[in-house]
Design a binder for this molecule. Structure first.
Ligand code: PLP
Length: 391
């Protein structure tokens, strides 16, 4: 098999070697419980607190506003659950049609139990309708939730405007920033955001650790009670090594944000330019919107994305159609459909997502492979011209 070119960094990222290095002692000799009073435990507590500080610095908030969780999905569920339990009379949530399944699925489950959900649509560029978002708020709305960046297209949603709209209506605002953190500058202090979710494994930290930011002025009720960890807001002995890894990943992301953005933008743009120039009819979804620096979602008209993925895999290129969680299901991407893309075109679209670990050579080779695979699939698809039957 050819050397792998990993262009699926919105699905997950490699653990930064520097992150792994700071984690290792906490998987071996530093195994103390951070809640223990003796020094062997309190040393670990200090390391967890330092990690909390690094995450807070990356998000521009206070360390006390950071709750460590197990993943982005848990953070999303916790924000939703808290909002609904704090306001039992408020049985309505406002969201968008392009959210990740980690918001859409928990909402659907509650909808079956009587929750009212308003899903605000997006335009052809993936941008939500702000007026419709405003009009969706009512006296029963417990939470408004909208992602900061879309995982499939990379389109940025205006979290500040959406949060301000929610707050004007007296509604708390949550944003799923799983794809945005580390790729766009975020300063939560003074933003109209009550809750924010992030995930370690999208940020060169390991899988199985996430964060829920809870604004110090916002009310929060945990659904995971137990030993009083995380200031009583999320019970369970801490996933120490992963938390420390996430802290280091956050420190690196903050320190190198501008440089990383420059690297990812250059790789993505070069790849995009090359593919668009060599594959007739190809185009980028959401190209006119502000996008994440690392993501491109390209339509290859007439080519089945699933077939293309298999062929790309044979050439060592890892990409994705839709989100990893829905790959394997035959339905067209709900994100592209929400943008008005027809089913056939949605099924002919692929996402490529870069990281700072990719190289210009990989971007160039991948673009070349994509062009050759597209060519091959088109030539297979074209039936030999059949004889015309007259009369
Ligand atoms: N939200 C978004 C936008 C995502 O892209 C993902 C993962 O793909 C998640 C939430 C879920 O994060 P996790 O895998 O940490 O549960």
């Amino acid at each position: 098999m050819s050397e792998m070119i990993y262009l699926d960094n919105n699905a997950t990222t490699r653990v930064d070697p520097g992150v792994l290095e700071v984690m290792l002692p906490y998987l071996s000799e530093q195994y103390g419980n951070p809640s223990s009073v003796y020094r062997f435990g309190s040393r670990v507590r200090r390391a967890v607190d330092a990690a909390r500080g690094h995450v807070a610095d990356l998000l521009g908030c206070d360390a006390g506003e950071i709750i460590f969780t197990s993943c982005g999905t848990e953070s999303n569920n916790a924000a939703l659950d808290s909002a609904l339990r704090r306001n039992p009379d408020h049985r309505h949530v406002v969201t968008t049609t392009v959210e990740h399944s980690a918001i859409l699925k928990p909402l659907e489950a509650r909808e079956r139990r009587g929750l009212r959900v308003t899903r605000v649509g997006v335009d052809g560029h993936g941008r939500p309708a702000l007026d419709a978002f405003r009009e969706a708020m009512d006296d029963e709305t417990a939470l408004a939730t909208a992602m900061m960046a879309n995982n499939e297209t990379g389109v940025l949603l205006p979290a500040r405007e959406l949060g301000a709209i929610a707050h004007d209506a007296g509604v708390p605002f949550h944003t799923d920033a799983v794809q945005a953190v580390g790729k766009v500058p975020i300063r939560l202090r003074d933003e109209p955001i009550d809750f924010l979710s992030l995930s370690g494994h999208k940020l060169h930290a390991p899988k199985g650790v996430g964060v829920l930011f809870v604004n110090r002025y916002s009310r929060f009720q945990s659904f995971l009670t137990g030993g009083g960890q995380e200031n009583g807001r999320r019970g369970g002995t801490e996933n120490v090594a992963s938390i420390i890894g996430l802290g280091e990943a956050a420190r690196l992301a903050r320190e190198n944000l501008e440089e990383n953005v420059r690297i990812m933008t250059a790789l993505r743009d070069a790849f995009e330019r090359s593919v668009l120039a060599s594959v007739p009819g190809s185009r980028v979804h959401g190209a006119e919107s502000e996008r994440l620096p690392n993501t491109t979602n390209i339509l290859f008209p007439g080519i089945e994305a699933e077939g293309m993925l298999v062929l790309l895999d044979q050439h060592g290129v890892c990409a994705s159609s839709g989100s990893a969680c829905t790959t394997g299901s035959l339905g067209p991407s709900h994100v592209l459909t929400a943008m008005g893309v027809g089913d056939e075109d949605a099924r002919s679209s692929l996402r490529f997502s870069f990281s700072r670990f990719n190289t210009p050579d990989e971007a160039a080779r991948a673009a070349d492979i994509v062009a050759r695979c597209a060519d091959k699939l088109r030539s297979i698809r074209q039936p030999a011209s059949s004889p015309v039957v007259v009369g």
